[in-house]
Ligand binder design. Structure first.
Ligand code: AMP
Ligand code: GLY
Length: 428
């Protein structure tokens, strides 16, 4: 009988997970909760009433449908303990337990853990209230980075070139409460190239996935506010398999070892957001899940059976001997966002041209889309992800943009410089 797999979430990352699971030779039966219009369009049954953060509903659905494996996409249910809740019912789930997911849930905890096990990261101070914050800002050296100590989908970070802008940011955090009731981390500003290195963990080992780079700012040339991510590409020039393994040994491995020793072993994806500085790699953040939009560029390149890897990762030491096989092709993902993103988003704008983009040879993954009276419409900030593949970064990029330009909706926003760096380095 085919295995039944339930994917939690409804963004582009989850659509990429569904596509990769669908390629498994085990031919699993897939369900998604809540899923999205694109996932449903692939013939996957979606459970729109089961919200990605509704732990009771997720457990009930997994039981009722006798699911063999739950694959959790977003961080919020992981941090809230969905894997523990499922385990209590005997249901296997891919992702860290609540205790292990704290590495993303609390920046202060992650920083303390990194300090303890010697993983390099930006130096930091915790700002508990407005008065301490203002006092610290007076003696800081600029630029500095301020981060809300809550899950803020990548948007809680403000980079401050000088004290005036930092004081303004402090008012946003502590007076305006733009990110809710939260403490703030003040961090040293790091310079260098960013790298997203995700590792597959089975409680004992950390096997690096293909490296990727993402684009966090809304506008070309890294201008404007941070978003959830406006595009990505994989692989990354200069980071070959050997270098990725070295980085995983230096960055991921000490974390996995420490958590195993402490009785909260790490299973799932451990995502390191790195800055490759002149003094070596330093961690900007750890996430407890696949990256979005990195996954949309990484998974299309995976030739191994993703279902097998995810299942093995749920078992202690289950990845012994696992080898990940990657296509030599490059993948470039361009995000199409709706009007107003990231401050707001626009819903209900009619989307045209998805079929034409697919016919042009790109993969179109849905995020904030919905069906209304038979038409595809926008339903969130990040709307669609268009991934092009090719033998060079230039070819992949051209294919992604040619297809993205065939998709139209009112207020569409996209960056024009995704993977431009890779093309510069490697050649078109
Ligand atoms: P985070 O959510 O912590 O990954 O931060 C989001 C983005 O802000 C990162 O991808 C970087 O582009 C930027 N950023 C975060 N921390 C730093 C830092 N210490 N120095 C420079 N840039 C940073
Ligand atoms: N792309 C950034 C993230 O997934 O957190």
């Amino acid at each position: 009988m085919a295995k039944r797999v339930l994917v939690i979430g409804g963004g582009g990352r989850e659509h990429a997970l569904v596509r990769a699971l669908r390629r498994s030779p085990q031919e699993p039966e897939l369900l998604a909760a809540p899923g999205n219009a694109g996932i449903a369009g692939d013939g996957v049954e979606c459970l729109p009433d089961v919200g990605a953060e509704d732990l009771d509903a997720i457990v009930a659905a997994a039981k009722e449908r006798a699911v063999d494996l739950v694959v959790v996409g977003p961080e919020a249910p992981l941090v809230a303990g969905v894997v523990d809740a499922l385990a209590a019912e005997g249901i296997a789930a891919f992702g860290p337990t609540r205790a292990a997911a704290r590495i993303e849930g609390s920046k202060a905890y992650a920083k303390e853990l990194m300090r303890r096990v010697g993983v390099p990261t930006a130096s930091h101070t915790l700002l508990r209230d407005r008065e301490t914050a203002l006092a610290q800002l007076a003696c800081a050296s600029y630029p500095v980075v301020l981060k809300a100590d809550v899950l803020a989908a990548g948007k809680g970070v403000i980079i401050c070139p000088d004290e005036a802008s930092a004081r303004e940011a402090v008012e946003a955090y502590f007076t305006e409460r733009r990110f809710g009731e939260t403490e703030v981390v003040l961090e040293e500003y790091l310079e260098g190239e960013e790298l997203s290195l995700l590792a597959l963990c089975d409680g004992e080992r950390a096997i690096p996935m293909a490296p990727a780079q993402d684009y966090k700012r809304i506008f070309d040339g890294d201008e404007g506010p941070n978003t959830g991510g406006m595009g990505s590409y994989s692989p990354v020039p200069g980071i070959d398999a050997e270098r990725a393994r070295e980085l995983a040994e230096q960055i991921h491995r000490p974390i996995v070892d420490a958590l195993r020793r402490e009785g909260t072993p790490y299973h799932g994806i451990l995502y390191a957001g790195l800055m490759l500085t002149a003094q070596g790699p330093k961690v900007l953040e750890f996430n407890c899940r696949f990256g979005d939009p990195e996954t949309q560029a990484v998974l299309p390149r995976l030739r191994s059976d993703l279902l097998d890897l995810l299942e093995r990762a749920t078992r202690p030491g289950g990845l012994a001997g696992a080898e990940l096989d990657w296509s030599a092709d490059w993948a470039v993902t361009v995000v199409l966002a709706s009007r107003g993103y990231p401050a707001s988003s626009s819903k209900g704008d009619v989307i045209r041209g998805v079929g034409a983009a697919e016919a042009a040879g790109a993969e179109v993954l849905h995020a904030g889309t919905a069906r209304r009276d038979g038409e595809l419409v926008t339903a969130g900030g990040r709307v669609l992800n268009v991934t092009g593949m090719g033998p060079t970064p230039g070819a992949a990029r051209e294919r992604a943009y040619a297809a993205a330009d065939l998709i139209e909706f009112d207020g569409r926003q996209l960056r024009r410089d995704i993977a431009a760096r890779a093309v510069e380095k490697v050649g078109a």
